[in-house]
Design a protein around this ligand. Structure first.
Ligand code: WTA
Length: 666
């Protein structure tokens, strides 16, 4: 659905442009040539389990070694290294003690207001230990679920690591989600404790978090929650419920920094992360411990070629999977120094990212196409925020994630940020994958703008038709991964049936992972290009959202809305934009009144889900285009949303006259 810009000179030329890795980078890279990449692929192919067993021994410290690599006895419930035991936090922190990493900076934190602080691995371990003890003192035990609703701060990472340390399963909820979203996730996960902050600082503004948690708990059904721990990010007072709420200061008072990491089984759920699917209810994607931490560490080295003196910066939020794998876990497991940023790319101005790269001498920079596109626009209109104003010579590798990167944005990133010397790793993956699955390796893979190139060694990615039959290169189809891999989703929390149905369709044999994206492989090179979601999931600014989720939110405004259908349309800035077609319970509004009601509905969706789910367009009709059997014709709605002429056959339409109404943008 997310069509990269087509037809401009650059995108027409794109297929011919190939950017080989710089020789100087290949010379020292962990995977320094296509031959080295192919040798790894061949090793994985000839001895699949042996390949992963070797990687798991190389990258993970086990408290009890595994003897079995992959259990495929009950597909699609694959288990990896299942008789092994480990602790993920020990794999991120304790293992560095006594090595040169111990006193290295783990995190360089830059606050929203520009204040900078550093924390070494030793200090981070002490903070995590004390916080883990505080969780235990509040009764949290191995296997309990803890909901984390925190700003992008060191404290958020400490909270996640502390859960991992005692074997509690965390569920991080992005700080932009609403009280209703928090309430649903608390109930589904059965959380016993919530970790939050009084406020978060973003773009110079103080935004509430604790007050939203209060609202979420007041909505009912959250009896499992016994305690709420509150990080006092700002001086502003917050409402304290006696007996339930504790400030971090109170919770940490008198806690020792020594907390022995609790060994867990390799398959023990490290976290649940809710993401959108084809139905109204978000899915609790459950990840395991052993395979996940293996992937997080290994891909830091493969995809980012992490070296000991690198400064890594991933601009994601810990509320998303990218912030889990490439902030909270991967960089720490790999012993990296990373920048953690609390704020937004446009505050105090749109030069913030470039200024921070210069200030912290960032060498590996990982961000989303949507951020790049908005910063291109800002640089074009205001020379003062153009990246040429800053010294970006510390950079050696760039990364992109979350949505297809259009070739124009790729070229701008390559020239203006990377100075034509830094490879761009366009990493394709999903919440369910745990980490990168299709991506270039910076010292090996020749790059083609707009292509995520080739699968990692051991990832068997294919393009198939509806029956699971592989299609020849050059033909677009459905992206699948036909063998399990260690960091894959284990199940949907509380809903194994939905897990099977959503990802392992019977028509394809029941054990092949369906990614939910369309893709095409280049006829000559076999390179993958992702063409966008093939299900009812939208990708707006790299954020995943289900059309049904937004529809349910709209129709839950029962005093006003009779019916709603939501589709995506391409948007230059956000990749896709949300377009809602709404039938009211009263007559169809026009003009000012339509604008007014559209605003009311947008605010309603923000309250139900979060501001990121607000529809950009809302159109009103007396009805929706339906077939005589009552099915909404979404394809037609997509054309209307795009402003395209309707070329589809409308003869089966019950009520063709409403198409004109729905084209009205009021
Ligand atoms: C899309 C984010 C093209 C894709 C890590 C996928 C991409 C969805 C890329 C997952 C990429 C992610 N090129 N599309 N490099 N990376 N996507 O779960 O549609 O938030 O299915 O995980 O983002 O989004 P999620």
């Amino acid at each position: 659905m997310t069509a990269p810009a087509q037809g401009t000179i650059e995108s027409v030329l794109v297929e011919n442009r190939v950017f080989p890795p710089p020789a100087s980078l290949s010379a020292t890279a962990r995977v320094g040539s296509m031959e080295a990449y192919q040798a790894l692929c061949a090793e994985a192919e000839s001895d699949f389990e042996g390949f992963w067993a070797n990687r798991a021994r190389e990258h993970v410290q086990w408290t009890k070694p595994f003897t079995e690599v992959l259990d495929q006895s009950t597909p699609p419930f694959f288990k990896w290294f299942q008789d092994g035991e480990l602790n993920v936090s020990a794999n991120c922190l304790d293992k560095h003690i006594g090595t040169p990493v111990e006193n290295k900076n783990a995190i360089i934190f830059e606050a929203d207001d520009g204040q900078v602080s550093q924390i070494t691995y030793r200090e981070l371990l002490d903070r995590v230990g004390a916080f883990a003890n505080a969780l235990k003192a509040q009764g949290v035990q191995k296997g309990d679920r803890v909901l984390i609703y925190m700003p992008m701060t060191v404290e958020g990472i400490v909270a996640m690591q502390a859960c991992a340390r005692i074997g509690a399963t965390h569920s991080v909820v992005f700080g932009g989600f609403s009280a209703k979203a928090v309430n649903e996730r608390v109930i589904d996960a059965g959380a016993v404790l919530i970790i939050t902050a009084n406020f978060q600082m973003r773009g110079g503004k103080e935004l509430p978090l604790k007050a939203i948690v209060d609202d979420a708990l007041a909505m009912g059904g959250c009896d499992t929650v016994k305690k709420v721990l509150v990080y006092e990010r700002t001086q502003t007072a917050w409402n304290k419920v006696e007996g339930r709420d504790l400030s971090f200061g109170e919770a940490l008072a008198g806690q020792s920094k020594d907390c022995a990491p609790v060994p867990v089984n390799a398959e023990h759920p490290l976290f649940i992360l809710y993401t959108s699917g084809s139905t109204g209810k978000p899915k609790g994607v459950q990840h395991a411990s052993g395979g996940y931490i293996l992937w997080a560490k290994m891909t830091m080295e493969w995809t980012f070629d992490l070296q000991s003196n690198d400064v890594f910066w991933c601009t994601a939020d810990i509320g998303w999977i990218t912030g889990h794998t490439y902030i909270a876990y991967g960089p720490l497991a790999a012993g990296a120094t990373q920048v953690v940023f609390e704020g937004v790319p446009t505050f105090p101005n749109a030069g913030r990212f470039w200024q921070m790269i210069e200030r912290h001498r960032v060498s590996i920079f990982y961000t989303a196409p949507t951020a790049i596109r908005s910063l291109i626009k800002a640089a074009d209109s205001d020379d003062k925020v153009h990246p040429r104003n800053w010294d970006l010579s510390s950079l050696r590798i760039l990364g992109s994630v979350g949505e297809p990167i259009n070739p124009e944005a790729w070229m701008w990133y390559y020239r203006n940020i990377g100075g034509e010397r830094c490879p761009i790793v366009d990493t394709f993956w999903q919440t369910e994958n745990g980490g990168h699955v299709i991506t270039p390796l910076p010292g090996a893979t020749p790059l083609v703008p707009g292509s995520c190139t080739l699968p990692l060694p051991g990832i068997v990615a294919q393009i198939v038709d509806e029956t699971g039959k592989e299609l020849p290169n050059g033909t677009g189809g459905i992206l699948v991964i036909s063998k399990p891999w260690p960091s894959m989703i284990r199940t949907i929390w509380n809903d194994p049936e939905r897990f099977k149905k959503a990802y392992f369709p019977e028509e394809m044999g029941g054990s092949i992972y369906l990614a939910g994206d369309g893709a095409v492989r280049d006829a000559k090179t076999g390179y993958f290009r992702i063409t966008g979601r093939i299900d009812d999931v939208l990708n707006v600014s790299g954020h995943r959202m289900g059309t049904m989720e937004i529809e349910s939110a709209l129709v839950s405004k029962t005093d006003l809305v009779a019916e709603a259908a939501v589709v995506g349309r391409p948007d230059d800035m956000t990749g896709e934009a949300i377009c809602a077609f709404v039938v009211l319970k009263r007559s169809r509004p026009t003009g000012e009144e339509a604008k007014q009601i559209a605003k009311e509905l947008r605010d309603w969706v923000a309250k139900e889900i979060g501001p990121i789910a607000k529809p950009k367009d809302i159109r009103f009709g007396d009805n929706l285009p339906k077939t005589r059997s009552g099915k909404i014709m979404r394809r037609l709605l997509r054309s209307i949303a795009k402003g395209e002429a309707i070329t589809q056959d409308t003869s089966t339409l019950e009520n063709p006259a409403i198409l004109d109404q729905l084209s009205d943008t009021h």
